[in-house]
Write a protein that binds this ligand. Structure first.
Ligand code: ADP
Ligand code: MG
Length: 409
């Protein structure tokens, strides 16, 4: 469980200094909801935001230097904002459940004496229990790999208040300064808050479905989660079928009602153990197997399957779901996504889009607009912050239509 109430990114590509939602450093701002759409012309930084989330994920699964080099990022020097900046900085404001106290995670990446990226500073903070305001206490603080961590679910140190400390403080010195401290310490039970936060970050998922990947022949190996490209779609179906066949059939029923021209989707087990999906199309007696389905059908199916994963990943980022989809399906997809994420702490969905049809299903404060300043760097604000947008929306004008008509963006 958990979601981010806000994120600040500094010096990551065109994102020299952006904030979304509520932060420790901006506590009066409105929290992020569970559905966030990011819009804006090409080149304004949508993919860079998605990639910033991917970069944090990659720092967790590998190390910060590898993360800088991966995914065409081109290394630290290409990645850092081209304005003389020397450090990349992230701040995440996170809350595990309705009644828990928010946690702030700060991460600064710089370059060491050998000109290689390393973790310069890492810090986790949380307010004392029982306090609904006041300065939070740091329960992990490392500078150049050296500092302290607090055991258990309480306590920390107030660095502004004469180093006042509450709870069990452990001095920490990491022997490796390219791996995150939360990764090293989060595997130890005694650091239960770090462990939980790490699990939350590990459950992030960046989705780049390509219908061709989903058409590949897959060997039988049930898997709980769709991979990045959706190439294991049958394996996920196989897993869901094995876990609970009745529930899976219900999910398929639910999905088939939402995919135009599909009357039924049936799981079929082959002798080699692999499961395939049969799609019964209107007008045909015999089913088609998934490799014969259209790109749009496969993509819609993959999105709906993603929304139905059991133990869903807590933060999902989807880039331009409209690609390959008929425009009239997009509002329904957006509505389904919105419904699926709900308002609790189970799931949060970020989507970048160029489609006013998709955005039409959203409210002005679910939509974030990227603009570029004269200096070439991205700026972001909610659609609700533009003049007239809230009023016109409450009078019945849809957000996508207002965007298309250039009331904002
Ligand atoms: N290190 C950097 N500093 C500043 N701008 C950068 C840096 N790297 C890339 N850019 C710019 O950031 C933008 C990236 O846009 P992108 O996120 O792909 O936009 P979108 O997905 O909205 O089309 C491009 O305009 C690119 O020139
Ligand atoms: Mg893009």
């Amino acid at each position: 469980m958990g979601k981010i109430l806000g994120i600040a990114i500094k010096n990551y590509g065109s994102l020299r200094d952006i904030k979304m939602g509520k932060l420790f450093s901006d506590r009066n701002a409105e929290e992020l909801g569970n559905m966030i759409a990011i819009i804006g012309p090409s080149g304004n930084g949508k993919s860079t935001i998605a990639d910033a989330f991917g970069f944090i994920s990659d720092c967790i699964s590998s190390d910060v230097e590898t993360a800088c080099d991966e995914k065409n990022r081109g290394g630290f020097d290409q990645l850092v904002s081209q304005c003389g900046a020397k450090e990349i900085h992230f701040e995440i404001y996170y809350k595990e459940s309705k009644n828990s106290r928010p946690i702030t995670y700060e991460l600064t990446i710089g370059k060491d004496r050998n000109d290689r990226p390393y973790i310069k500073e890492e810090r986790l903070r949380q307010r004392r229990s029982g306090n609904s305001y006041g300065r939070p206490l740091s329960f992990l603080h490392l500078i150049d790999g050296k500092g302290y961590a607090f055991e258990g679910s309480e306590g920390g140190q107030s660095d502004d208040d004469g180093n006042e400390s509450v709870g069990t403080k452990v001095p920490v010195e990491l022997s490796e300064n390219r791996t995150l401290g939360i990764v090293t310490l989060g595997v130890m039970k005694q650091y239960s808050r770090i462990e939980k936060f790490l699990l939350f970050l590990k459950s992030w998922y960046l989705c780049y479905f390509t219908p061709d990947a989903a058409r590949q022949l897959q060997t039988a190996s049930p898997s709980p989660y769709l991979n990045k490209t959706g190439s294991n779609i049958n394996n996920v179906a196989q897993y869901m079928f094995r876990e609970n066949p009745d529930k899976f059939k219900k999910i398929l029923q639910d999905i088939q009602d939402k995919i135009p021209n599909i009357e039924q989707i049936k799981p079929v087990k082959w002798p080699d153990g692999q499961m395939v999906l049969e799609f019964f199309q209107k007008g045909f007696d015999k089913p088609f197997f998934s490799p014969r389905m259209s790109d749009g059908t496969l993509k819609l199916f993959a999105y709906f399957l993603l929304l139905h994963e059991s133990n869903p990943r807590q933060l999902v980022f989807v880039e331009e779901p409209e690609n390959g989809l008929y425009h009239k399906y997009l509002a329904d997809l957006a509505i389904e996504m919105k419904k699926n994420v709900g308002t609790g702490y189970a799931k949060q969905l970020f989507v970048t889009t160029h489609s006013p049809f998709f955005v039409n299903a959203l409210t002005p404060n679910q939509v974030w607009v990227l603009e570029k300043s004269d200096d070439g760097f991205s700026r972001i604000k909610r659609a609700s912050e533009y003049e007239f947008v809230n009023d016109l929306n409450s009078e019945g004008a849809s957000v996508g239509d207002l965007w298309y008509s250039e009331y904002f963006g």
